[in-house]
Unconditional design. Structure first.
Length: 423
């Protein structure tokens, strides 16, 4: 029988992998003189080596051309945000006019709710998942209150109905049917941050619209992780960040999708100069004329230094393509799952769904024995250069990112857990 824990087995899997690792394109932190085994791309992706070149290009242009840098060369600043438009659209399955890189995730969520959360006395409610990321919950609760409604009554938090905090599609469908006449908006994650569960976004959008509600998605843990088809999903909007699987740096510029059916819609919005139609923007008129598509929700000049690392990352995604990355992700998480079942199930419980179509890169692992036991294991791993991340009270999230993680990395995690068990 194959010894899953044998280094030769992991090496053979890596040697035979149809997608060789691109870790040479990234800078890995070091621990004790060796490369750290890094599984935290779900919180902050690694730095692409090319990011510095793109940033230096902007700095050099600023140094030598100053304000004229807005108007010269292929990477002129006036149209710089357009350089990421098409690769970003390919990544999320959208039309180029439907996407824009701007602001940060929660700022974009608020801007989208200004337009697509239009509560009335009959329909004041927003449906979210219980245990949603705090920033999302703060944002939606504050929007409900801003419109004069009661978050305690009108923020509907669906409780998970499956073990480990997971949601069945049936539970989502029942909740939308039950609350449908009161729903103004369904806001749902692409991948749930705590459990790593991935969702059927087109199905959720169809259910929301059939109930008469708008539908938006927070894709913070989905972009660059699982295949997306935002245009075909029919969602009204989606928002996401680029600092996780998109490797664009701490606090990176975020992304936004607005479906093309809203491209010319006269919807309420918070307006800014950069969202004005570029053909008349510099006439400096008093009346706001929105750009067509997602660009019409921009507020201010895009941060060029913030966009530069995103270009470097999108180059890599374009080079490889999401189908190949997704296939490798399934192989890596499948190997991690097999190792846990083969020798670590007395220590770790997998919370993330077993079905590949219901998860992405991340496996959320509950440490048996409670918080103190869990923290001891987490610190044991970190002290030996194996870095995941901790979620209270007893969960370690391990996210093998297919751009730079390998089967050997996954095995190192498993063998380090084994070492802790026998210590």
């Amino acid at each position: 029988m194959t010894d899953l824990f044998a280094p030769s087995h992991a090496a053979a899997l890596d040697a035979a992998d149809p997608l060789p690792t691109l870790r040479h394109e990234f800078l890995l932190p070091r621990h004790g003189g060796a490369e750290q085994t890094y599984f935290v791309g779900n919180s902050l992706g690694l730095q692409p080596r090319a990011a510095r070149r793109y940033i230096d290009e902007v700095l050099d242009k600023w140094a030598h051309e100053a304000v004229e840098g807005h108007f010269t060369g292929d990477a002129q600043w006036m149209t710089y945000h357009g350089l990421v438009r098409e690769p970003l659209a390919r990544l999320v399955g959208a039309q180029p006019s439907e996407v824009v890189a701007m602001n940060t995730l929660t700022a974009n969520l608020h801007l989208m709710m200004v337009s697509f959360y239009r509560p009335t006395r009959e329909r004041p409610a927003i449906l979210v998942e219980a245990g949603s990321f705090p920033s999302d919950r703060y944002a939606v609760a504050s929007q409900v209150a801003f419109h004069g409604f009661d978050p305690h009554a009108d923020l509907i938090e669906l409780q998970p109905d499956e073990p480990g905090g997971l949601f069945s599609m049936g539970a989502i469908e029942r909740a939308i049917a039950e609350h449908g006449p009161r729903l103004a908006l369904v806001l749902w994650p692409g991948v749930q941050y705590r459990t790593g569960q991935a969702f059927d976004l087109p199905a959720i959008a169809r259910l929301a619209h059939a109930a008469g509600a708008a539908c938006g998605f927070d894709l913070a843990h989905a972009v660059g992780n699982v295949p997306l088809a935002l245009h075909d999903s029919g969602a009204d909007f989606a928002v996401w960040c680029h600092y996780k699987y998109l490797n664009s740096g701490p606090g990176a510029i975020a992304g936004c999708f607005v479906h093309e059916r809203h491209a010319h819609a006269d919807v309420p919005r918070f307006a800014g100069w950069w969202g004005h139609d570029p053909s008349s923007r510099f006439l400096m008129g008093p009346d706001f004329v929105p750009s067509a598509g997602a660009d019409g929700w921009q507020l201010s000049n895009p941060p060029i230094l913030g966009l530069a690392p995103l270009r470097a990352s999108l180059d890599l995604f374009d080079r490889v393509g999401m189908p190949a990355l997704r296939a490798k992700s399934i192989r890596l998480t499948g190997y991690l799952e097999a190792l846990i079942h083969a020798g670590l199930s007395d220590t770790l419980e997998i919370l993330t769904p077993a079905e590949p179509e219901r998860r992405g890169c991340q496996l959320s692992l509950r440490v048996r024995g409670g918080r103190e036991h869990g923290r001891a294991l987490f610190e044991h791993l970190a002290a030996r250069g194996v870095l995941g991340d901790w979620r209270e009270p007893d969960v370690i999230r391990i996210s093998p990112a297919p751009l730079y993680n390998t089967h050997a990395d996954v095995l190192r995690f498993a063998r380090t857990v084994q070492g802790w068990k026998t210590a």
